[in-house]
Write a protein that binds this ligand. Sequence first.
Ligand SMILES: Cc1ncc(COP(=O)(O)O)c(C=O)c1O
Length: 384
Amino acid sequence: MNNTKPYAFDTVVDRRQTGSLKWEKFGDPAVLPMWVADMDFPIAPEIINELKQRLDHPVLGYTQPTNAVVASVVDYLADHHGWKIDPDWLAWVPGVLPAVAAFSNLLDPQDEILVFTPVYHPLLLIPEKSDRIRVDVPLQYTDNRWTIDFNAFEKAITKHSKLLLLSSPHNPVGSIFSRDELRRVTEICSDHNILVLSDEIHCDLILHKDKKHIPTGLAAAELGAQVITLMSPSKTFNLAGANCSFAVIPDASLRQQFVNHCIFTVPLVPTLSYTATQAAYTHGWPWHQKLIDYLRGNLELLKREVGDIPYLWMDDTEATYLAWINTRDLPVDNAYDFMLNAGIGLSPGTQFGDGDYQRLNFACSRAQLRIAIERIKKAVGSIT
Ligand SMILES: Cc1ncc(COP(=O)(O)O)c(C=O)c1O
């Protein structure tokens, strides 16, 4: 496959009438949906081809991971993240969130779950829904970057702290954590016997040119910390509706506990999802390289334009396609409603635990992004 192949990132795909969660949410065709984390780009043609080929076989029965799909993940981790894992460490699930929920449910009710805030809201809601105690540790903004406040983290730990939910790279603040930061987090957790659950679903969306994603499980390899790394092709290759994820769980007894818990409570990964996963990790990288170039172009445009809009500013997005836009100074009652009235459906920062911000998904055609920017400019310009 050659790298110069033009993939269709500029194509505007009409996703209405396809049951798209993103496009049906607002029920108003005038609103551009720029909220939930899926992309408006067509997936890699290489994945579509493999799915079509799989359908030449007429049975879609219960499916377990084949050696080939396992090998595609093992090779992906080695080639793209420098992490050599034992294939036995993998446990497959139809989503990252069911895995987070399963680990949360494995705890005792008085156990505490630590989470760095603001954060992707299900990581706030899952502990609540499983009646566990959630302890929020605010991230800090220093040197133009959101990072972990280690003092606050250590202070928040009690004898009941049992689990840390980490989003890495971080949704919504977009930080890529360094090896040192990850080692420090895992060392602290190891000292206090806290299991680290690292949600790395955005790990292949690295937009910062000089930074690299480091799997927490790799950063902690020699530290003796208990780390579970959760990954998926869903954000990387725009396969969110394909429902295939995997947990890397080196500890055999923890893995067995997790697998036992998932029987009957978490469905098996669908047959075609394994096909899409294997195709993505095996043949999807030329498409992915073009994706990253396109997203970097979108981010640059957005940053430049938002920088010129009064009252707004954008924090650095090192990774993900989610811009974290500060709307605190906007002289309106409710910035989310203001943007919605301007025809842009964002994710409200309150959802993630910080009402000063709104999250904007810029994984769309540049033409759509330009329309969104023009709408924001016009709406802000009309404030008197
Ligand atoms: C940080 C993060 N984790 C998990 C998910 C959802 O994962 P899944 O659909 O595999 O449950 C998302 C989706 O936006 C996300 O941003």
